[in-house]
Design a protein around this ligand. Structure first.
Ligand code: DX5
Ligand code: ZN
Length: 217
């Protein structure tokens, strides 16, 4: 497998000095952008305008995680704002296959996310339509929560599905990840790690990313 991607989540960054925070993690592979609408999840973050402004600060792959109802109404706006990967929740739309195809048609990579209560088997009929599967290892909405242990088994199940049907698909995991558990999470099959508080909660986020990466060698 190619190198594991590190995706710092700006949810835990200090937006009063966001340019500095983004520059600090320039060694990371992706920037993870959590879009929350106060309906799908009980928290609100930012929309396309903010992502478009952040786009001017970074050439990194922008990994947009839409935690919003009716994602089909907004994917074009996030693509125009500069999102390179657009991930929406399976639980948020009855027409996931159509939306995955639409995201791909915009030129973005198409991702699908599942909450902790959603079985990996629910992805059986759309796995070929995905460029990325995101297994949520916390209930989405907030940073700083604890990793749900059952997520490791879900990662193994998702890895088996991806290897059998769509080996190029990324397997991303999001929530409660840090230096203490990232090795076992990668061993379970993850190819991309989202981390918020364990990176931006440290004094030197760039050094933290480099140290974490060294744990995988
Ligand atoms: C949670 C978000 C995550 C969040 C993770 O709903 O999707 O991306 O930033 O935060 P940590 O890494 O602190 O659990
Ligand atoms: Zn996220």
């Amino acid at each position: 497998m190619s190198a594991v991607k590190f995706a710092p989540s700006l949810l835990s960054a200090d937006f009063s000095r966001i340019a500095e925070q983004i520059a600090a993690v320039s060694d990371a592979d992706w920037l993870h952008l959590d879009v929350m609408d106060g309906r799908f999840v009980p928290n609100i973050t930012w929309g396309p305008k903010i992502i478009g402004d952040l786009r001017k600060l970074s050439k990194a792959t922008f990994d947009a995680h839409l935690m919003i109802v009716e994602p089909e109404r907004y994917v074009d706006a996030f693509r125009e704002a500069g999102a390179d990967i657009i991930t929406f929740h399976l639980e948020a739309t009855p027409h996931a296959q159509r939306l995955l195809a639409h995201v791909r048609s915009t030129g973005a990579k198409a991702g699908i996310a599942i909450c902790p209560q959603t079985p990996v088997a629910m992805l059986q009929d759309v796995i070929e339509d995905c460029d990325l599967v995101l297994v949520m290892s916390v209930n989405p909405g907030f940073g700083g929560q604890s990793f749900i242990p059952r997520s490791l088994e879900k990662l193994r199940e998702a890895r088996a599905l991806i290897d059998a049907r769509n080996p190029a698909c990324e397997l991303e995991v999001d929530g409660g990840i840090g230096e203490g558990n990232l090795t076992e999470i990668v061993a379970a099959g993850a190819s991309a790690l989202v981390m918020g508080s364990s990176i931006f909660g440290t004094a030197d986020p760039g050094a933290t990313v480099r140290r974490m990466r060294s744990l995988l060698h």
